[in-house]
Design a protein around this ligand. Structure first.
Ligand SMILES: O=P(O)(O)OC[C@H]1O[C@H](O[C@H]2O[C@H](CO)[C@@H](O)[C@H](O)[C@H]2O)[C@H](O)[C@@H](O)[C@@H]1O
Ligand code: UDP
Length: 840
């Protein structure tokens, strides 16, 4: 979607760098973590203080002093014209920069990656291009960001298949510090029109898949998702080509959910942030997506994930917990020691730009014209992309109802609706256009006169100055989005209302409702009666109430700017990386594959202990696992592993043990034909596949406590859908791995209280709280001890002469049942090579 020529807007931005107004808002994020390290809090507070005083030199010193990483300042321009050669072929590095040598800290390079570049290209001839500024909140917000040495990577909105075209467009864009990603028509159709705008967009806005072609959409889902991944990989390739160490890569929006993972595959040290500009829906909506897990996992590859509001962040964390089974913490999402930080960073606008624009002569001229044109009538305004999320039909119907019920207002009010065409290749958008035209025509026919109509509807975008003038003359702005990530139009309206102090009617389903709710009249856009009544209330509102409401919103809009938004996000990303480095010391080391292979070949008596469920089976997300509950017996060895496992088992120098919580029949079914040891029920039963099952249970165990614990387990199993308990020879296990995870956790906590206060208060038992289970077992019955006995059997059976000189243990059981790890470490220390792997 293109609007006015970009030359003018970009010039305005260049001439008016606004001051750095960065401030950290720890309490504003998803997490208000009470355990934030003291040094970090101190740093945040000091930074905030320094930023208030605009002491950039000091600020950078603090950044360096605390984090030891590259920092940024606000001198210089963001969107300045640069020499293409310098920009694309001889990029500056931090280390060799003169600025550093002169003692001045250099700016941190920021690579902004978004589907849409801030400019869209229109071809004028074979080798020349006209660049027009793109319309949409994402572009508006990021144009206001000036503190970084920024480059923008994205699609120019045009298909360029020839070499000359690609070369000349790359050159033109370089002058705007933009780097194009070329997408061919087919990819655009499948990725942008298809997967992004026909599937993700309506789903993320709670609109469901388009009604009419729902089946067709479902059918084409896989090919569109493939195109989506392919497009994301193309973006990653371009980023990887220009990436320099120390750069921050900031990925934007639902178009690029796959990008963080692609980037981290290129370079795991890249600093990657991802920000979503739309709502993130409830996990119940997200879980309907066939690609739900893949999308979540790839976003989680980022170091920092940001949303406009706390609600969206909460939904995302909940989706990761419920769908992937990962841990949601106050900090974000944790999986096996790796934390992805999740937080809310509400976007803002470059309010100064709007306030200054009102003083310009051309804007004043526009204002004068508009005032004359609509003299004697109150002006109501709607500015939206012509998108179903904006609730334009609902808004117009509410206006009709108002006119219907208030005949005295019919010739005293006019609704100006700017409806910017968008995504015009998608059929839902085409249908919406006809629908809106039809409604507007009907209402104008009904209430219009020979000289005036109540609705002025424009199917086009306005240039920046015309838009500012419109905002300034408006009495009531009407934002009735059915859902909206934030909605910057509401912010822009407030910024331009310093003299008029008009009223904002705002949908409670726009992200902006959380920040402008105090001054706006909040409405449910689906409730046309309520919106019509609010129009009446707004038009009749006394001046002092308008003044008060306006002041509240104006304060917010001018103090929460796009500059501050971006600076906070990037600063938080830098902090997150430092904290992650500190945390890595606590995470068990991942398997050093090279060493493991070398040691394997150097050894002559190897022991390999393998878990089964989720180690040798195909991975499933927790939703799929729930469905698999009744098919527990169908747990199958991953087909790709059959061949290598056979080879290992047939190697006379290697002994393989599968150690699993599953019962004997499951292991028999899967491994009966291999030459290996099977240890069922966590080692309580053992057999070589050529022999019979035997028990490894210790003698004289006191099991008097079993009945009373069983009652408690039965009680909780009945009350926790899809949980189950198993009565084993020496233990009882209650697991809720198929249940709702959050509910399961609450129940587990409750169960432990019951157990401690009753049946096991005096019993000789150990209680082990697993990730999704509670186990009560006789004292001394540990997996470590079971392995000890298993080893005894193996040594005895083989009549081993040489000691075991290589142990590789792979399985989920390692993390929770530390006794396995402890036992193996103790038994195979010094000259032995113990490798530890926790599979993801
Ligand atoms: O690029 P298009 O397909 O033409 O669409 C324009 C943009 O629409 C969406 O904007 C969102 O971002 C705004 C700023 O954060 C937010 O205020 C608004 O609520 C969102 O709808 C979309 O997310 C962008 O990626 C598009 O570029
Ligand atoms: O004729 C127009 C209409 C709108 N806009 C801009 O488009 C953006 C719309 O952003 P918003 O967050 O309200 O919604 P989005 O379109 O991103 O969903 C705002 O910055 C408007 O100033 C524009 O430049 N010209």
């Amino acid at each position: 979607m293109n609007g006015n020529s970009c030359e003018e807007d970009i010039r305005i931005l260049q001439n008016n760098p606004s001051p750095l107004q960065t401030k950290h808002m720890p309490g504003n994020k998803y997490n208000c973590n009470p355990s934030t390290p003291r040094s970090r809090l101190e740093r945040l507070l000091r930074e905030r203080e320094l930023r208030k005083n605009r002491s950039f030199q000091q600020l950078n010193e603090v950044e360096l002093e605390f984090s030891g990483i590259d920092s940024f300042s606000n001198d210089g321009e963001n969107w300045g014209t640069v020499d293409e050669e310098e920009f694309l072929e001889k990029p500056r590095t931090f280390s060799d920069s003169n600025e550093r040598q002169e003692g001045r800290p250099s700016k941190q390079r920021l690579l902004v990656v978004a589907n849409r570049l801030p400019v869209s290209a229109v071809r004028r001839s074979v080798d020349s291009w006209q660049l027009e500024i793109s319309v949409g909140g994402l572009v508006s917000a990021l144009l206001g960001v000036k503190e970084f040495d920024a480059r923008w990577i994205g699609w120019a909105g045009v298909n360029v298949s020839d070499d000359i075209g690609q070369r000349t467009l790359t050159k033109s864009l370089a002058e705007k510090r933009c780097i194009p990603v070329f997408l061919d028509e087919e990819i655009v159709q499948q990725y942008y029109n298809g997967y992004c705008n026909n599937i993700l967009w309506p789903l993320f806005h709670y609109l469901g898949l388009p009604q009419e072609d729902r089946l067709a959409t479902t059918r084409s889902f896989q090919s569109q998702f493939d195109a989506y991944k392919k497009a994301n990989q193309l973006f990653a390739d371009v980023v990887n080509n220009i990436y320099q160490e120390g750069d921050v890569v900031w990925c934007h929006d639902y178009h690029l959910m796959f990008l963080p993972q692609c980037l981290k595959r290129y370079n795991s040290n890249m600093k990657v942030g991802w920000f979503l500009h739309t709502p993130f829906p409830s996990s119940e909506i997200h879980r309907t997506l066939p690609s739900r897990s893949e999308l979540l996992r790839s976003v989680l590859a980022a170091d920092l994930v940001g949303f406009h509001t706390y609600d969206y962040a909460r939904h995302f964390v909940s989706a990761c917990t419920r769908i992937l089974g990962f841990e949601g913490t106050p900090e974000g999402v944790e999986n096996q020691g790796k934390l992805t930080r999740v937080a809310a960073f509400p976007i803002g606008i470059d309010s100064e730009r709007f306030i200054r624009a009102l003083e310009l002569p051309q804007v004043q001229d526009h204002i004068k014209e508009l005032k004359e044109r609509f003299a004697g009538r109150k002006v109501m305004l709607g500015v939206d992309r012509l998108d179903m999320i904006k609730g334009i039909p609902q808004k117009i119907l509410a206006f009709e109802k108002f006119l219907e019920e208030n005949p005295n207002w019919r010739d005293k009010v006019v609704l100006l609706q700017i409806a910017v065409p968008t995504r015009t290749d998608v059929s839902e958008y085409q249908k919406l256009t006809s629908q809106v035209h039809e409604i507007v025509g009907r209402i104008n026919g009904r209430f219009g006169t020979l000289t005036a109509v109540p609705i002025h509807h424009l199917d086009r975008s306005l240039d920046f100055h015309a838009l500012c003038a419109l905002y300034a003359v408006t009495d009531v702005a009407l934002v009735t989005s059915l859902r909206d990530g934030m909605n910057l139009v509401s912010y822009e309206f407030v910024a331009c209302q310093a003299s008029k102090k008009g009223v904002l009617i705002l949908s409670e389903f726009a992200g902006a409702a959380q920040s402008l709710g105090a001054g706006a009249i909040l409405v449910n856009p689906w409730n046309i009666t309520e919106v019509a009544a609010s129009i009446g209330y707004a038009l009749n509102m006394p001046a002092d109430e308008r003044e008060k409401r306006h002041q509240l919103n104006f304060m917010h809009v001018t103090s929460h700017t796009s500059q501050e938004w971006a600076a906070t996000f990037v600063s938080e990303l830098n902090d997150t990386i430092v904290e992650a480095q500190l945390r890595t010391c606590q995470i068990p080391p991942s398997l050093p594959i090279r060493d493991a292979v070398d040691s394997y070949f150097q050894s002559s008596n190897r022991l390999i202990i393998l878990g089964f469920n989720s180690t040798l089976t195909a991975p499933r997300d927790s939703m799929e696992r729930r469905g698999a509950q009744i098919r527990e017996m169908e747990l199958k060895l991953h087909p790709d592993l059959k061949e290598p496992l056979k080879k290992l088992c047939d190697d006379p120098l290697t002994t393989i043990v599968v150690l699993s919580g599953s019962d004997r029949s499951v292991l028999d079914d899967n491994f009966g034909e291999y030459n290996m040891w099977l240890a069922a029920e966590n080692g309580m039963f053992l057999r070589l596949t050529t022999g019979e099952w035997m028990t490894t249970m210790p003698e004289h165990l006191n099991m008097d406590w079993v009945d009373s614990v069983k009652h408690v387990f039965e009680y909780f199993t009945e009350r926790t859908p899809r949980s189950q308990f198993e009565l084993r020879e020496t233990s009882l296990v209650w697991n809720y791995k198929y249940a709702d995870i959050e509910f399961g956790r609450l129940q587990a906590r409750d169960m432990l209280q019951h157990l401690w206060s009753g049946p096991i208060s005096n019993a000789a038992v150990d209680v082990v709280q697993g990730g999704r289970s509670v186990e009560v077992r006789a004292v001394g019955v540990t997996k470590g001890a079971a392995i000890d006995r298993i080893l005894g059997e193996i040594v005895h059976h083989k009549g081993m002469k040489a000691p075991i000189d290589y142990v590789l243990c792979i399985g989920h059981f390692l993390q929770k049942d530390e006794d396995v790890y402890t036992f193996l470490s103790r038994s195979f220390h010094l000259n032995h090579h113990l490798l530890y792997l926790e599979p993801r």
